[in-house]
Design a binder for this molecule. Structure first.
Ligand code: IPM
Ligand code: MG
Length: 358
């Protein structure tokens, strides 16, 4: 088994170092190979996703990804910006199914901006379609407006589109996932306005015929944004397109009190996966040794479960993380009165120590 390690930018290298330490402490046999990605790769070789990095990712059974991006690259042409690395990996590897769990850990209920009773015990799963929609739809670009009230004016445009097979396969992923949990899927659309999402709703409804044991509900995206802060525990599995999923998954992650705790997985139809923390590169705290490595460590656990067929090892890591939280150890982002503030490295060390006992 081969794991591609892509640390990236900002806090990426620091949090990745801890996840790699944890993986090494497991005593399993796999090969890890590191390659630059994002701004770091642009600095080293002039491109955010160099050929060699892409090749490594394609050959690996799984990819552990840190984070990419920094304000300092905002003025680069779009195709050279760090974000293109993650978009390129998703597209080239066909990583269409993005799992973003939002789980509120018992010990962190107080860190949520919502009332404790709304989030205590929260465990929802956002499944975001990741290779279609307005993110990748062609045509896109700038031109002179061909019609409308401002015909002839400078204009920019993107294209929202979904094919039937793209919707069918992500719907199946969502229904299968729901079967293993609360047996409810909420499909989020904007069918009242958009042709693309009326089609989405129709196709999801058709696929649902094969899953009579799962409840399907449809919800407009604006209402879903509201329900997520009003009564988040009413959701089980939420499935939606690339754009809405981007927005709603950030919203959902905040309910849990710390985006620094949330892992994610992006899978293709071969079971190959890219695993990354849900948070970004946080350039403002990079290099300070204070970033929370737990989302990356938990992403490594997801990787062991979904791509490397090591569910027992995944459970050990998850149990170890719960244990360090129970011990009161907290990085700055989740620290509160009465708990012990630790840095990135100490947190990683504590997880390894806890691993010995579980
Ligand atoms: C995410 C990020 C990316 C996205 C960016 C970095 C391109 O926000 O993974 O949610 O929009 O998909
Ligand atoms: Mg996002």
């Amino acid at each position: 088994m081969k794991i591609a390690i892509l640390p990236g930018d900002g806090i990426g290298p620091e949090i990745m170092a801890e996840a790699v330490k944890v993986l090494q402490a497991l005593d399993l046999r796999f090969e890890m190979e590191t390659a630059p990605v994002g701004g770091a790769a642009y600095e080293a070789s002039g491109h955010p996703l160099p050929e060699a990095t892409l090749r490594l990712a394609q050959q690996a059974d799984a990819i552990l990804f840190g984070a990419v991006g920094d304000w300092k690259y905002d003025k680069l042409e779009r195709h050279l910006r760090p974000e293109q690395a993650i978009l390129g990996l998703r597209k080239h590897l066909g990583l269409f199914a993005n799992f973003r769990p939002a789980i509120c850990y018992e010990q962190l209920v107080g860190a949520s901006s919502l009332k404790p009773e709304l989030v205590a015990g929260l465990d929802i799963l956002i499944i975001r379609e990741l290779t279609g929609d307005i993110y990748f739809g062609q045509p896109r670009g700038r031109r002179s407006a061909p019609d409308g009230a401002f015909a002839g004016a400078e204009e920019a445009f993107d294209t929202m589109r979904y094919t039937r097979p793209e919707i069918e396969r992500i719907a199946r992923v969502a229904f299968e996932a729901a079967r293993k949990r609360g047996k409810k899927v909420t499909s989020v659309d904007k069918a009242n306005v958009l042709e693309t999402f009326q089609f989405w709703k129709d196709v999801v409804t058709e696929v649902h015929q094969d899953y009579p044991d799962v409840t399907l509900e449809h919800m407009y995206v604006d209402n879903a944004a509201m329900q997520l802060v009003k009564a988040p525990k009413n959701f089980d599995v939420l499935v939606t397109g690339n754009m809405f999923g981007d927005i709603l998954s950030d919203e959902a992650s905040m309910l849990t009190g710390s985006i620094g705790m949330l892992p994610s997985a992006s899978l293709n139809d071969k079971g190959q996966g890219l695993y990354e923390p849900s948070h970004g590169s946080a350039p403002d705290i990079a290099g300070k040794g204070i970033a929370n490595p737990l989302a990356t460590i938990l992403s490594a656990a997801m990787m062991l479960r979904f791509s490397l067929a090591q569910p027992a090892a995944a459970e050990r890591i998850e149990a170890a993380v719960k244990q360090v939280l129970a011990q009161g150890l907290r990085t700055a982002d989740i620290w509160s009165e009465g708990t012990t503030r630790v840095g990135t490295r100490e947190m990683g060390d504590a997880v390894i120590k806890a691993l010995q006992g579980v």
